[in-house]
Design a protein around this ligand. Structure first.
Ligand code: BDR
Ligand code: CA
Length: 315
């Protein structure tokens, strides 16, 4: 089993990613850490716990982390995940207490306890991980890797058509905390960044029969997803919005689902038109060799991804 920490900002798609991670027999979900992003950190810490309680997995600790990005103020989200941050599912208030550790310390301690074994899956702004690297720089050599829903790399039309940050070509998680993303991208930790290119591809969609299966299921997580799809359809968006972050967890479960390419990527940290952009230097000449090389998602097997998700949600 792959040991993971899931660092997130639920968020409806983060909630579904928690469902996948908690139910996958391939993953050992050691902890869920939360960060401010889609919502203030108190809300994301609440929603992580409501999701785990829905699954009956109160054994998985939830630690609350950074309440604001490293340097900038938290921007306003151009999108919404509903008044509860969970697509108006209105799960009951959590009874489970938060972990007494701060998320940053939990990340540091967990990695130190199992050096070389921990993969951190980041599906929100990278503030917690960046702060852990600032506080304990030596742990950068002790991660198995980072898998992130992060960036928009311009590899296909979806990268910018579906741009989620509040600039023409940025992705929300990087846009919220570009300084944190830059620290993680440049850290040297093996990083797989799955961007909007693959996570918002329009082939990520459900058939009517899938929707009927979710509706008819006795599983609360299936009904949660059905309601989330209804919610995004009501906003005029396609169902991919409900499961953007799930691609990162799916990749942790089965890396053959996504073809990645090694690329030099710089993160723009200066405000303005390109704020939060993840700029790929693909030139065959005069490339900026100081830019970090990471793996970026180029193509995914969307059918197999959806099958995996449905199996975990309905199973
Ligand atoms: C990312 O932004 C958030 O709204 C989603 O949860 C996802 O992590 C997509 O850009
Ligand atoms: Ca998220």
């Amino acid at each position: 089993m792959k040991k993971i920490i899931l660092d997130c900002d639920p968020g409806m798609d983060d909630s579904m990613a928690i469902v996948m991670a908690a139910k996958s027999p391939e993953l050992e979900l050691l902890a869920v850490t939360t960060v401010c992003g889609n919502y203030p950190v108190e809300v994301t810490a609440r929603n992580a716990r409501t999701t785990l309680e829905m699954l009956g997995r109160t054994d998985i600790p939830v630690a609350m982390g950074m309440g604001r990005p490293l340097l900038r103020e938290r921007p306003a989200d151009p999108f919404t995940h509903g008044s509860d941050g969970q697509a108006e599912n209105h799960l009951p208030d959590p009874a489970t207490p938060l972990c007494t550790s701060h998320a940053v310390d939990l990340i540091i301690d967990t990695v130190r306890q199992s050096p070389g074994e921990i993969t951190i899956v980041c599906i929100g702004p990278m503030t917690n991980l960046a702060m852990a690297l600032l506080k304990a720089p030596e742990i950068k050599d002790q991660f198995a890797g980072v898998i992130a829903m992060s960036g928009a790399f311009g590899l296909n039309r979806y990268a910018f058509l579906n741009a989620t940050g509040d600039t023409p070509q940025s992705e929300w998680n990087v846009y919220v905390d570009p300084d944190a993303a830059k620290i993680v991208y440049e850290s040297g930790i093996p990083l797989v960044a799955l961007g909007l290119d693959v996570c918002t591809h329009f082939d990520v969609n459900f058939s009517q029969s899938d929707l009927d299966d979710f509706e008819a299921s006795g599983k609360p997580e299936a009904r949660f997803l059905r309601q989330a799809i209804r919610f995004v359809h009501g906003r005029g968006f396609q169902a991919y919005c409900t499961i953007i972050d799930c691609m990162a967890v799916a990749y942790a479960i089965d890396p053959t689902l996504v073809r990645t390419i090694r690329s030099r990527v710089g993160v723009e940290t200066k405000p303005g038109l390109t704020y939060g952009m993840t700029v790929v230097d693909a030139r065959h000449h005069h490339a900026w060799s100081a830019l970090p090389e990471i793996e970026i998602g180029a193509e995914a097997d969307y059918g197999r991804f959806l099958d995996l998700l449905k199996e975990l949600v309905l199973g």
